[in-house]
Design a protein around this ligand. Structure first.
Ligand SMILES: *Cc1c(COP(=O)(O)O)cnc(C)c1O
Length: 406
């Protein structure tokens, strides 16, 4: 018999040797444009707090109101006694915001993605024998990959297409055209988290229409972030209302606490309330988070200056960091990957920046392809111009010190 602890220890050593051990930094303050670490104030460039709602006074007040009016938790799943009026209010609000019929809440977007695919594809739904096909982008989020793993391989064909490669996808679609599938579904991240690039939605809408495919996007990094009014990738790319199913998180721009959802047609959402296991068998979202999320939508709808500030900060940082001589991945998203190449350089630079009071994380193989190590910066409406200038100046100093820029 092998000893579990010995094997785990070996695996941990292997992770450490491969330089892929994930170290956690303890933050001593609330999440914001700056945070406190080891007693020092640092500019935060690594959070998904795009709108600064994680510690926004109105969001905090709303969360407290949630506790005062509805308590700390409901101690139940939704179908027993876990549905308060506010849960339905939030679900309708999300649906309206995204121009869909209805939506269904989950404890996270990870849970939403786990709860979507299997509940459709593993079920007979009018057939004794069936086969479905799912098309999925190579770089889709881990929660989509896991959600697809829950589908039975016997009845679900998974076809992975090259990242954003519409020619590759079209070839696969042509191969499948005459096959006898029951359902055809395509799933993609709206915005990919390592690149900050946007899925080519207009082309995907076209192809899915042409081949009879249900188009699903996970817009977690886009909700409240892109599109003139924060309605995400479909708004940004001019195809709002043309996506069949949208999943997303309340744990990034929209408050940063927790919660996820699926938005779609009325029948689908009603069906998921019956069949989706992470919904049916997991606790309802706490009232503080529900009320705070409703407030986040109110704020986004009523104060366009917040999203304008995020855009201004993003444009400023993208422009200035390039002027310093750094290579970034082009785009419009507040995720700005600064490309360094070698993992050791990314590690070295992240460490130097930390010493300059800039909170940043490096990414290297296997999280990103070999030779494409990078620092991923993320901008927020919570950053002041002064925060950004401090960060840029630290990038200049460390970049010169390490010979990345001259
Ligand atoms: C962050 C993220 C998730 C996970 O969201 P949680 O609500 O934190 O579980 C899922 N999908 C994508 C694309 C994400 O970026």
């Amino acid at each position: 018999m092998s000893d579990l602890n010995t094997i785990i220890k070996e695996e941990l050593e292997r992770i450490n040797d491969a330089n892929t051990f994930k170290f956690e930094t303890e933050i001593e303050s609330a999440q914001s444009g700056t945070v406190k670490v080891s007693g020092k104030v640092m500019v935060m460039l690594a959070s998904n707090n795009y709108l600064g709602f994680s510690n926004h006074p109105k969001i905090r007040e709303a969360a407290i109101r949630g506790i005062n009016d509805y308590g700390h938790g409901v101690a139940s799943v939704r179908f027993l006694c876990g549905t308060q009026t506010i849960h339905r209010d939030l679900e309708r609000r999300i649906a309206k915001f995204l121009s869909k019929d209805d939506s269904i809440l989950f404890s996270s977007c990870f849970a939403a993605n786990e709860g979507l695919f299997a509940s459709l594809f593993n079920e007979p739904l009018g057939m004794d024998e069936w086969q479905d096909v799912i098309y999925t982008d190579q770089f889709n989020h881990a929660s989509i990959i896991d959600g697809l793993r829950l589908c039975r391989s016997k009845s679900t064909v998974k076809r992975i297409y090259k990242h954003m490669d519409m020619n590759d996808l079209e070839e696969i679609l042509k191969e499948d055209e005459d096959k006898d599938f029951r359902f055809r579904l395509l799933v993609t991240d709206g915005v990919f988290s390592m690149e900050g690039d946007l899925a080519p939605l207009p082309r995907l809408v076209e192809l899915c229409g042409q081949y009879g495919i249900t188009l699903t996007i996970d817009d977690s990094h886009a909700l409240g972030v892109i599109g003139d009014s924060g309605r995400g990738t479909p708004e940004e790319l001019g195809v709002q209302g043309e996506i069949d199913i949208i999943t997303g998180t309340l744990g990034k721009a929209m408050g940063g606490a927790a919660g996820g959802f699926i938005a779609g047609d009325k029948e689908l959402i009603t069906y998921l309330r019956q069949k989706s296991r992470p919904y049916t068998f997991s606790n309802s979202l706490p009232p503080s988070i529900v009320i705070a999320a409703i407030e986040a939508f109110d704020l986004l709808d009523s104060d366009s200056s917040i999203i304008a500030k995020l855009k201004e900060n993003t444009d400023y940082f993208r422009k200035e960091i390039r002027l310093l001589g750094f290579t970034i991945l082009k785009g419009i998203h507040p995720i700005v990957p600064i490309m360094l190449g070698e993992a050791s350089l990314a590690q070295e630079m992240a460490k130097s920046l930390l010493e300059e009071n800039i909170y940043i994380k490096g990414l290297w193989f296997p999280v990103v392809p070999k030779g494409e190590a990078r620092l991923r910066t993320q901008l927020s409406a919570a950053h002041s111009r002064d925060d950004l200038d401090k960060a840029l100046s630290a990038f200049e100093t460390t970049g010169k010190k390490l010979g990345v820029i001259s």
